[in-house]
Design a protein around this ligand. Structure first.
Ligand SMILES: [Zn+2]
Length: 405
């Protein structure tokens, strides 16, 4: 089975995760795909392939003869995003893409056009797998799953091809931020690894945001507005003043690349109480700490101005920039770049303006940059993946494991 055939099989499983569920994994469809993957790995001859009670799939490919290098993990997630249904996906292959608009659904007039999605231009002449416009495709991250499975099949039928122990892991519930919750790193047994969960061919990411959430609460005093002079203190107005103290251009709408931001995510208020909720993001550790300090300082300023206890802040750290951990293993970056060059792929190194499962795994002891899958426009009906990209990435993984041998 080639990588495209595998991919088309995996997208036939509905594995949408659900953040409102308290089950592990959050939806039963993920267990069905997990069972299928574990069985396929076993059929390839990977004896210890199994699915655990949390829906994680593990499988270990022994090293080629004489290789004493530590284990290399290759990780992809099985679930699809909540933004759009992943049930009854009807994939279609657009052969030899001509660079024009792709009609996904005539009846509903759904068209993927290069005007809206300029990345299509990079795929002229290739075969693109698209949806019928009513669901997402699931290339995020079933393209990653298919590429790892194809590599596994190659290694199992070519035991002399140089490679270290390859530790395969497929996780559920990545899209709802629970992908690494139940990963057993001891069972995985790798020293480092890669998530295969990125976008366009060549993408390599080893930096992500440091992330925190802040809740700022303001306490006011109510009074009859006609007789409020000197008494009334509006929590809402003080909240607005707080927002005005923050640097106006350091918002998501005005920042890019490695620029961090304060993002007002939610607000509610009455005269008596107002609450502002923020996301704080920065790639740089020091700048990130300064952002949190600035938010504290603004609270202190308002407490000096309006009286102690007027404003209070609670800051919760969410995740950290994986680069802190990845840089201790520079070969993870060097060899990914080298493997791309060997495969004829131009590396596109991009800092992630978000987080990944790899960030959490990196801090749990498994340094884990992110590699491309070839998928584009994830989480929506315009999602597509190039068959040639998936083939190239399978080749890339072969060259990569060889470098680690
Ligand atoms: Zn993903």
């Amino acid at each position: 089975m080639n990588v495209t055939e595998r991919f088309l099989n995996y997208v036939s499983f509905d594995t949408q995760s659900d953040s409102s569920s308290s089950q592990v994994p959050s939806t039963p469809g993920q267990l069905t795909l997990a069972a299928c993957l574990a069985r396929e790995l076993k059929d390839m001859g990977i004896e210890d392939a199994c699915q655990d009670q949390y829906g994680c799939v593990y499988g270990h490919i022994p090293p080629s003869r004489g290789c004493t290098r530590p284990g290399l993990a290759l990780i992809a997630h099985m679930d699809t995003a909540m933004d759009m249904s992943g049930a009854n996906v009807h994939p279609r292959i657009v052969k030899n893409y001509d660079g024009g608009p792709i009609v996904l659904n005539q009846e509903k007039s759904i068209v993927t056009s290069p005007k809206d999605f300029p990345s299509l231009q990079a795929h002229i002449g290739q075969d693109l797998i698209v949806t019928d416009g009513t669901t997402l495709l699931g290339a995020d991250d079933k393209a990653g799953v298919a590429e790892i499975m194809s590599l596994a099949e190659f290694l199992m039928s070519n035991p002399d091809f140089p490679h270290p122990p390859v530790c395969i892991l497929f996780t559920p519930d990545e899209e709802i931020g629970r992908g690494s919750d139940h990963v057993d790193l001891e069972k995985l047994g790798a020293a480092y690894g890669y998530t295969i969960d990125g976008g366009i061919l060549g993408e390599l990411s080893y930096e992500n945001f440091n992330a925190a959430a802040a809740q700022v609460t303001f306490h006011g005093v109510t009074a009859h507005p006609g007789y409020a002079r000197g008494v009334l203190k509006s929590a809402m107005l003080i909240a607005m003043e707080y927002q005005s103290l923050l640097p106006v251009y350091q918002s998501p709408a005005c920042t890019q690349d490695r620029e961090g931001f304060f993002h007002l995510d939610h607000m509610e208020g009455t005269t008596e109480t107002a609450v502002l909720k923020y996301l704080i993001r920065d790639h740089d550790h020091t700048l990130f700490a300064e952002r949190k300090q600035l938010m504290e300082n603004c609270v202190q300023f308002l407490n000096c101005k309006y009286g102690p206890g007027t404003a209070e802040i609670a800051i919760t750290d969410n995740y950290q920039n994986m680069y802190e951990k990845v840089r201790e293993h520079p070969e993870l970056i060097q060899w990914a770049v080298k493997a791309m060059e060997l495969t004829g792929i131009t590396p596109v190194i991009t800092p992630i303006r978000g987080g990944t499962d790899g960030a959490r795994l990196s801090f749990a002891g498994l340094p884990c940059p992110n590699l491309c899958t070839g998928g584009q426009n994830g989480h929506g009906r315009h999602e597509y993946v190039s068959c040639q990209s998936m083939e190239k990435i399978t080749e890339l993984l072969k060259n990569l494991v060889k470098l680690f041998a």
